[in-house]
Each structure stands twice: as C-alpha cells, then as structure tokens.
Design a protein around this ligand. Structure first.
Ligand SMILES: [Zn+2]
Length: 246
C-alpha cells in the first residue's frame, strides 16, 4: 500500500521514528482493531489510533452519552449527551481522517459476538465483558490489549495466550470477579488517569502493529496518579487456568 503525499505529510512525525518509519505507517494503514467500549479508555485509545492512521477501527458500545461522562470522556461534547457513544466516537474519528474505515456497532459485546479486528482492545467497564473477550482472544489467537482505571490508578497489559507459548491470559491474572469489584460510578475516577490509561493502550496497539519495542505481554503496567509513579509487574500463566490451560 503506497502512501499518498497527504498521508506522508500527515504521518511525518511517525515516519521520523526509526522504529516506525514509512513501513510502520503502511502497516498501521493496513491494520484493523476492534475497541470494546467507547468511554473513558476507548475514547483516547481510539483517537490516537485514528490519528496514527489505523485503517479499520470498529467501536462497540451500546451506551448513550451522559452528562456525568464528560468529566473524563473528552471525545464527547455537551451536544453529544443522549446520543450513541459508538456513533458519536465514530463520527469524531472520521472527522480526524476521512480515509479510515470506521464502524460503529451500537451493541453490547457478549459471548458469540464476532468483532472483526485483528487486535482486540478491552476498554470495557465490567468483568463479564472482560472474561468473554479474553476467551474470544485466546480461541481466535488474537492479541488482547486490556486496560482499566479506577480512583487514581490505571493498569494496562497485553494478553497473547493464543499466540505466544507460556504467555498468560487475562483470566490467569484475574481468575474470577474480585469481591471488591465496583463500577467507577460508585468509586469515582480522576479524569486524566483514564486519559493516561487509554493512551497507554493505544501505544501498546501501535507497538503490536509496527513491531516497535516490547509490548506488555506477560507484564502489567501500573500507573499511580497520586504519587506520580509507574511500575510494571510480571504476570504468570496459571497452570489451572480454565481458558488457556485446557
Ligand atoms: Zn489463562
């Protein structure tokens, strides 16, 4: 896929990176991702991937924009309140780059659904969706970029159990719904922490697509907004995992 003069201009700052370059931008334009969740993580993640020229982006979300979302879901404006999140985010991405193929799917992801992206991105806010997406990613041998944010902390990892032998899946890390699981409308979340987390998810997808650097496979990035610190933990495959060890 040759880049047009406009695309060379648009992506110049990525082309200047030796780990991306022209071939990396061509890979980005040929890539496809499915983002599950068009909220506080999916918004920044999708906007950075569209800006990077990811050719096909699918956005799944059955919610509508509420005024209380605007504190962190900066992809939306006051005029979007009451409208479909997936459709409004898709319109935002099309406006960023009309060459991209952007598909809004205003449905809730559930087992049996078939996202088409070669990379799955979990920007959802509930464990039912996270477990179902993890099973799909493992069974269909696709990488899963996973993120979560709550309070002042964010976490990001890449699960590649169906692709890389010995790599853990999401359920190796979180075997069951934690007893302390609370939705962010019950505990609150610092808006910029969701931006950091969603941007880190876009960065992991960009690395997977271009081959730059080391994706967070088998590692969890923890961002602590209050202390201003970030660290990574190693994750291990669970030898009893019902998803990736059967
Ligand atoms: Zn597993």
């Amino acid at each position: 896929m040759r880049l047009t003069p406009q695309q060379l201009d648009r992506h110049r700052r990525h082309i200047l990176l030796k780990e991306v370059g022209g071939p990396g931008v061509q890979k980005l334009r040929a890539a496809s991702v499915s983002i599950i969740g068009a909220g506080a993580l999916g918004g920044p993640c999708a906007m950075y991937l569209a800006a990077a020229g990811v050719g096909a982006i699918e956005i799944w979300d059955d919610d509508t924009v509420e005024r209380s979302n605007l504190q962190r879901q900066v992809q939306f404006t006051d005029a979007d309140v009451g409208h479909s999140k997936s459709e409004r985010l898709a319109a935002r991405l099309r406006a960023a780059d009309p060459d991209l193929t952007i598909t809004a799917i205003p449905c809730r992801f559930a087992p049996g659904e078939t996202p088409t992206g070669a990379i799955l991105i979990d920007a959802s806010d509930n464990f039912e969706t996270r477990f179902a997406l993890n099973r799909l990613a493992h069974a269909s041998r696709r990488p899963l970029v996973s993120g979560a944010a709550s309070g002042w902390t964010g976490q990001v990892s890449v699960f590649a159990s169906g692709i890389r032998p010995g790599a853990p899946c999401y359920q190796c890390w979180v075997p069951e719904v934690p007893p302390t699981a609370e939705a962010c409308d019950e505990v609150g979340v610092a808006g910029p922490v969701t931006g950091l987390t969603g941007s880190a998810m876009a960065l992991e997808a960009l690395k997977l697509i271009t081959g730059a650097g080391e994706p967070l496979i088998g590692r969890l990035l923890l961002i602590d907004g209050l202390s201003g610190a970030a660290r990574t933990l190693n994750l291990k495959q669970d030898q009893q995992c019902p998803v990736c060890k059967v």
